[in-house]
Design a protein around this ligand. Sequence first.
Ligand code: M6R
Length: 610
Amino acid sequence: MCGIVGAVAERHVQEILLEGLRRLEYRGYDSAGMAVLSDDARLNRQRAVGKVAALENKLADAALKGTLGIAHTRWATHGRPSEQNAHPHQSGDSLAVVHNGIIENHETLKGELEAQGYVFTSETDTEVIAHLLSREFTLAQDLLQAVQRSVALLEGAYALAVVHRADPDAIIGARKGSPLVVGVGIGEAFLASDPLALLQVTDRFIYMMEGDVVRLSQGGSIELFDAGGERVERPTHIFEHGDGVTSKGGYRHFMLKEIHEQSQVIAATLEGRLGDHQVLVNSFGTDAEQLFRGVRQVHIIACGTSYHAGMVARYWIEKLAGVPTQVEVASEYRYREVVVPEGTLFVTLSQSGETADTLAALRFAKQRDYRGSLAICNVPGSSLVRESDLTLMTQAGPEIGVASTKAFTTQLVALMLLALALGRVRGANGEHAPIVQGLRELPGVINQVLALDGEVERLSMAFAEKHHALFLGRGAHFPIAQEGALKLKEISYIHAEAYPAGELKHGPLALVDSEMPVIAVAPNDELLEKLKSNLQEVRARGGELFVFADESIRMETSAHLHVLRVPAVSDALAPIVYTIPLQLLAYHVAVLKGTDVDQPRNLAKSVTVE
Ligand code: M6R
């Protein structure tokens, strides 16, 4: 939520900052702003409501010249999107700050600062930080110390970048609870919420740790201090995905590109993790085998799409490993009295590894008697990865579309590996070999499903004028139906709900009429006959049915029944395969409706606030 970028360079930084903002726009896109220190140490600022393009237009008329600056793209938390609420926020004309996160004690601090004569002009919590920094700078006469003293007074989450006229060679950055990376240049240094923002200027990054404060200064100097104020060195990582990840590669939208990458990224997620007939348990880390041996229960915690992946995993882990599994959304889990039976493995799922609710749940769990924690995550070096005992990285590569697609299917693959690994350490011996073989063949099957794109696009026309939709599935395909509904509502703004098909008659059936499309996921599994009966209940009420069905099932398109044939796949892996037509459906409906597919309204890719 919100994207930060900062640069101390040997050249004018406006273009570097603007390009960084364009690449961070997925994190928030309701307003944007930039502050640059001019050569004569004046602080110049531009802000605009709307996307980064609106700021760009303003800068085209009045460029900000200087070699040091900070910029921000916003996802509103405190105060509506407006120019006054847009970052950078200033205290007088000397100091500017950009902020990602939420300051929970901002009201108390604001009261204090107002009593001391500071005047507030915005509705944001960030302006409190600007005035606090200004006050502390007056006392310390040193920007680094002013930041260290100020962050000690902040409660909540923040990533900050600060500039001050009196220290015209430096940017100070700080992080706690929100991501911030340092980009290492040649004679230049940068800051950003995500390495992607800086790939046009560097591929070398230092991931800041919780509580770190950094001073970047002219000449490319980078000085890092830990939460206790001690000077520290952190490793520099090379970003390995290349810069191509931030382009659409000929596709109309990032989401479509990412849907079509799924075969390749699933293959990458499996690479090196399968033996001849078994999963390689040490893919989860050298301690995994010993840790997994004592696992008697699994708790899976995640949000949104990642939560749906966890719901599928429950079916798999219970079936393939015989281990009782609970799945819960992170924002609920940490606010209840959790019972942790002996031998419980705590698993978090997250694309970004920075989702505030999921991170907070991990920290909550670490205070309890879990056997260990495992993070299944897509971003190396993210907070979740750093703070977990074991990690399994998905290899989806950067996902730019706000609606998660390839991150979800790679999570499912990783979770299948977990179910197989738990099964293996509990004595499963060879009986899961067909699933291992199925995993090897999965990328090919995914390509076949992607070839259905044209057919799905034709089906999508029936949805463009609808206001509601129902998704049905049974067993492990119920969470797949939930994910299909989430995708449709996120990007097309059509109200969509999912139900286990057997639950329809207990209430939702009342909603069914010719205006309510009903989408059903129908693999050829043990629940098929039951599902067919549920679908008859819909037809009998005049509902319009869209069934994504295994190609072997005898079901033909007829009046009010549209059948899309999906290539045959084993029961175990069908949830992964059936996800794809649902993603394509949501995508094409959104395109028909003309919504902003990659950056749907009110959302942001990485939710780093609670
Ligand atoms: O980065 P995470 O996987 O932790 O994110 C969790 C959710 O915010 C995310 O899945 C969200 O629901 C997506 N917009 C779904 O498309």
